[in-house]
Design a protein around this ligand. Structure first.
Ligand code: HAM
Length: 411
């Protein structure tokens, strides 16, 4: 029954059996955030295009070539959200959240859209789970956030995870470092990839992300912001590191960690997973102390992260575990109405119970009970008697129908 239509490129259907691990991720995250005092927030799926142009930054790959942007019927340019931080900063300003006790701690989970070339772990519609803490510049915020993502991945038992940590300094320090980096890149211009050369002025930091051999060789010797950190930036970063050390969280310092969004200042981090191949980042984030000003708000220091739900699933091996049923009620002809009454009673008693809904003969019903992984089957005979069958051992005995629910619920 192949259809003429297929899910759009880079998207996927989540089929029955594919939802359980997703639900578990959400459940674990909810518990974790709840205990840490983070409240759930959901922003619209689309926003003003300018929010992302300004928030994420005009020189990023996301804004330059990955946004699903279109004009709505009123002639406004809107964009399917490629990420969640700029919308949450917008919501913070919109709702005057600066009047609440600071920092305002929020978490979210939902779909995001990027027009990227699809490959393993990279989709055009994907889901993120994320956290943002807005309104404090304390290094405790950075540490708490990193510890939460660490805890989430631990509780979900994601294997092969490692943390990389860096700092980009404050906007002022970053500005003078950028000049230094630009000068260095210009000195080595003929060794750089074309796209890196074209972005020296606009976004020199992105040269650290290049996959090009020549560029990588140049960047291996480039000055890093981490080496230039001083004053309060250095103190802030030292405090974050002390707190992580104290919490027993291992990390690798990485001066080349820049991440693909323009709003980062000071702390940046990335959780990588060795089971993921080329798209190895399972989640990451950092501090973004100047984003609110980019959106015409007052200065509000903030930090956060997001993790890719599909990447977590891939790392977990995406096992589509089926939850076995407790009881299958099979019925001979004339007994089907009683079967429906019995599964209803069993369900009220908290059991996962099913019956045949497709007019199968008794043999077919038993096969269906097997497929569903039912631990027991109750067989309603034509003469009104009932048999209880243990589907594992195959043992079968007659049972008083009045006792079936009590007997099975007690197990
Ligand atoms: P990001 O690094 O662009 O950060 O995305 C976060 C995570 O989303 C990535 O680590 C990855 O797991 C997942 N992800 C990104 N793109 C795709 C894709 N095309 N397919 C599948 N998964 C993907 C942000 O979005 C920031 N808003 C994070 C943040 C929050 N920073 C501060 N607060």
């Amino acid at each position: 029954m192949a259809s003429r239509f297929q899910a759009p490129k880079g998207t996927f259907d989540i089929l029955a059996g594919g939802t359980r691990t997703r639900e578990r991720i959400e459940h674990v995250a909810r518990g974790l955030f709840d205990r840490a005092g983070y409240a759930r927030i959901e922003t619209p799926i689309f926003e003003d295009t300018e929010l992302f142009e300004r928030g994420v930054g005009g020189s990023t790959d996301i804004v330059r070539k990955e946004m699903f942007t279109f004009e709505d019927l009123g002639g406004r340019s809107v964009t399917l959200r490629p990420e969640g931080t700029a919308p949450i900063a917008r919501a913070y300003l919109d709702h005057g959240m600066h009047k609440l006790p600071q920092p305002v701690k929020l978490w979210y989970m939902g779909p995001y859209f990027r027009h990227e070339r699809p490959q393993a772990g990279r989709f055009r519609q994907f889901n993120q789970i994320g956290a943002e803490a807005l309104g404090s510049e304390s290094p405790l915020v950075d540490a708490e956030l990193i510890m939460l993502l660490d805890e989430l991945l631990r509780e979900l038992e994601v294997p092969g995870v490692a943390l990389r940590l860096g700092s980009l300094g404050s906007p002022d320090a970053q500005a003078s470092y950028r000049e230094e980096l630009k000068a260095y890149l210009r000195e080595h211009e003929d060794e750089l990839a074309k796209d890196v050369r074209g972005r020296i002025d606009e976004n020199p930091l992105r040269a650290f992300d290049s996959k090009d051999e020549g560029t990588r060789a140049v960047m291996a010797k480039a000055p890093t912001m981490l080496e230039r950190l001083d004053g309060e930036d250095a103190e802030h970063f030292a405090a974050v590191r002390r707190l992580l050390d104290q919490a027993g969280i291992a990390y690798e310092l990485d001066g080349t960690l820049v991440r693909g969004l323009d709003y980062y200042t000071r702390t940046v981090f990335s959780f990588e997973c060795d089971r993921l191949g080329a798209q190895s980042e399972i989640g990451g984030g950092g501090r973004y102390d100047r984003l609110m000003e980019e959106l015409d708000g007052p200065p509000v220091p903030a930090a956060g992260w997001a993790a890719g739900v599909e990447r977590i699933l891939l790392a977990l091996g995406d096992e589509h575990e089926i939850q076995p049923h407790d009881v299958f009620v099979a019925a001979e002809d004339g007994q089907r109405e009683r079967a429906l009454a019995l599964v209803t009673e069993l369900r009220h008693a908290g059991l996962r119970a099913e019956l045949d809904l497709a007019d199968r003969v008794l043999k077919g019903q038993m096969r269906q009970a097997d497929r569903l992984g039912a631990a027991h089957a109750v067989i309603l005979d034509t003469d009104g008697r009932a048999q209880l069958r243990d589907m594992r051992s195959g043992e079968q005995r007659e049972i008083d129908l009045a006792q079936v629910v009590e007997e099975l619920a007690g197990r």
